[in-house]
Design a protein around this ligand. Structure first.
Ligand code: 5GP
Length: 206
């Protein structure tokens, strides 16, 4: 019998532009025991994105076929495209003792939570909605119309932040990366910090 310890599932969500990718990268750079889950999507690849590394880029009918085969642990329509986490992909890593980080939206997170799949969840809060808009404009990936959709979605997503196990405020990359490493790698968390972050979140939404 294989007694090797299994990996753990981590779900990290944030509005686009909140700095989630860099924070996830800080975990991957700190420990070899963590890997990023590669989702399937019907979105077309952006410049520099690679098949199997950033996403499995598939057609709409292929995505629907995977839904009928129950191949996803969760899936959702995000910014008008379908995205899903592949069951086989996650199980393979977890069974090898590798912990997997799922960078998914709040709808996907809710499905994982409701299905009682064992996991730890973290929501990344941007410093402010104004700063989020500046970051989305400065990264130059999206048209003004798409930035507008993403900002409207951000407001909806922030309302779900209270449902996560932990919240991290990304107003300074150094502090936020230390906070995420404390939770994910060292299994430590500060209740006091979470209380402050909850207050900032509530003020942002009021
Ligand atoms: P992007 O198109 O910018 O790569 O991702 C857009 C959004 O889709 C992000 O919020 C990301 O977290 C979310 N996303 C990526 N993969 C998945 C997935 O497998 N499931 C769900 N529910 N959301 C995903």
């Amino acid at each position: 019998m294989n007694n090797k310890q299994k990996g753990r599932l981590y779900v990290i969500s944030a509005p686009s532009g909140a700095g989630k990718s860099s924070l996830i990268q800080s975990i991957l750079d700190t420990s070899k025991n963590f890997e990023l889950s590669v989702s399937a999507t019907t979105r077309k690849p952006r410049e520099g994105e690679e098949e199997g590394k950033h996403y499995f880029f598939i057609e709409d009918n292929e995505f629907d076929a995977l839904i009928s085969k129950h191949a996803f642990i969760e899936y959702a329509v995000v910014h008008n495209h379908k995205y899903g986490t592949l069951k086989s992909h996650i199980e393979e890593k977890i069974n090898k003792g590798i912990s997997v980080i799922c960078d998914i939206d709040v709808q996907g997170y809710k499905l994982i939570k409701d299905a009682s799949i064992e996991h730890t969840s973290i929501f990344i809060i941007p410093p402010s909605l104004e700063e989020l808009e500046i970051r989305l404009i400065n990264r130059g990936l999206d048209s003004p119309a798409i930035i507008n959709t993403r900002l409207n979605n951000a407001k909806k997503e922030l309302k779900f932040a209270e449902e996560f196990d932990y919240r991290i405020l990304n107003d300074s990359y150094e502090t936020a990366s230390m906070d995420i490493i404390d939770i994910v790698i060292d299994g430590k968390s500060s209740n006091n910090k979470d209380k402050i972050n909850l207050k900032i979140l509530r003020d942002m939404l009021s």
